[in-house]
Design a protein around this ligand. Structure first.
Ligand SMILES: Nc1ncnc2c1ncn2[C@@H]1O[C@H](COP(=O)(O)OP(=O)(O)OP(=O)(O)O)[C@@H](O)[C@H]1O
Ligand SMILES: N[C@@H](CCO)C(=O)O
Length: 318
């Protein structure tokens, strides 16, 4: 479930008065999601999504609004938040911050097709091209210095081999990534398949920008590859891999340094999720009882990335 704060029809009908978005017809709690309360809101004019923010630093919300406004203004497939009659997007409802979005069409892809992979590669490349000049900063909260600190918090829960693996990998990231300045900009920060919606082969949209920040563009792409291009046996799904990267590179070609550090970035982002999932299981369980995601999935993937080379990044688009 993902309605931590129930809302009545009357509350939502009143809330809608603040916007020029029509009259409430139907309110429905959304069962997906783990962090916020989400509702589908149908009015006589629009299909909308209402999100109540249940956790996280509320001071960060204006950054997400600005980023979504910026991307939507450039016609990227994202839900640009609705602004009220005074031009304000960020609201309060039931004592929580609230945003209203257009409801985008589609489903999360479980086994992405070639066309879906091309679509996400293309959209992410476009987004990265457009956000390089995005003026607002929010340093990546899951960067290498977070990894270093989070690692110390989970060490007591790891066996000797896992501890050694984690320490060796972090030392490697420090040695191989720190000397380089990589192309940066605003990034999604968690672009898993379940943060996209596809209507058939058509990308309906990219959602859940609440890990959005500014940082290395390659970090964002590596998260996508690790989630989208891993088979159930943890092998690399090569045709998806090529489809995403070729479509991405057509929008934003890679630099020489990015090509050099790519295998390291794939390992770093695998370790980032091993760590964040370990934290949820052992250190910082969420207030709400939901089944945590399995940290070992990303431990296994990290090991795979160490033992099996991936094909290099493409030199140019199609
Ligand atoms: N704009 C939208 N259009 C259509 N569906 C949406 C939209 N926003 C959210 N949803 C639906 O609501 C679900 C929960 O949304 P969201 O991912 O933002 O929640 P969350 O609690 O932050 O979850 P998590 O962080 O686990 O992904 C999504 O999986 C999707 O099915
Ligand atoms: N995508 C994250 C969960 C949401 O932040 C994970 O798979 O661990």
């Amino acid at each position: 479930m993902a309605v931590f704060t129930p809302l009545s029809d009357d509350q939502v009908a009143d809330f809608l008065e603040r916007f020029d978005a029509g009259r409430l017809i139907r309110l429905e709690g959304v069962s997906g999601g783990t962090e916020n309360s989400t509702f589908f809101v149908t009015t006589d004019r629009h299909a909308l999504v209402l999100t109540l923010f249940e956790q996280g630093d509320q001071r960060e919300l204006p950054f997400f609004v600005e980023l979504l406004d910026h991307l939507a203004a450039h016609d990227l497939p994202v839900p640009g938040p609705l602004h009220d009659r005074q031009g304000v997007a960020l609201q309060r409802l039931a004592e929580r911050p609230a945003l209203l979005f257009p409801r985008l069409p589609g489903e999360h892809p479980e086994q992405p097709t070639q066309a879906q992979c091309r679509a996400i590669g293309h959209a992410l490349g476009q987004m990265h091209r457009l956000t390089r000049e995005f003026p607002v900063q929010r340093p990546n909260p899951r960067d290498l210095s977070w990894i270093e600190q989070a690692a110390e918090r989970v060490m007591p829960y790891l066996d000797d081999d896992e501890q050694q693996l984690m320490r060796e990998q972090i030392a490697d990231f420090e040695r191989l990534l720190t000397p380089h300045e990589l192309p940066g900009g605003a990034i999604h920060g968690d672009l898993f398949r379940d943060n996209t919606l596809f209507d058939g082969e058509q990308l309906g949209g990219i959602i859940d920008f609440y890990n959005g920040c500014t940082g290395d563009l390659l970090f964002d792409l590596a998260i996508v590859i690790n989630d989208w291009c891993t088979t159930s046996q943890t092998a690399l799904h090569e045709s998806r891999y090529q489809a995403i990267l070729v479509a991405y590179a057509a929008e934003r070609p890679f630099t020489t340094v990015e090509r050099e550090v790519w295998p390291v970035m794939l390992r770093m982002t695998a370790l980032r999720y091993w760590l964040s999932r370990l934290l949820v299981v052992h250190v910082d369980p969420p207030a709400h009882t939901l089944t945590p995601k399995d940290p070992n999935e990303y431990l296994t993937l990290l090991k795979r990335r160490i033992t099996h080379a991936v094909p290099p990044l493409p030199t140019a688009g199609p």
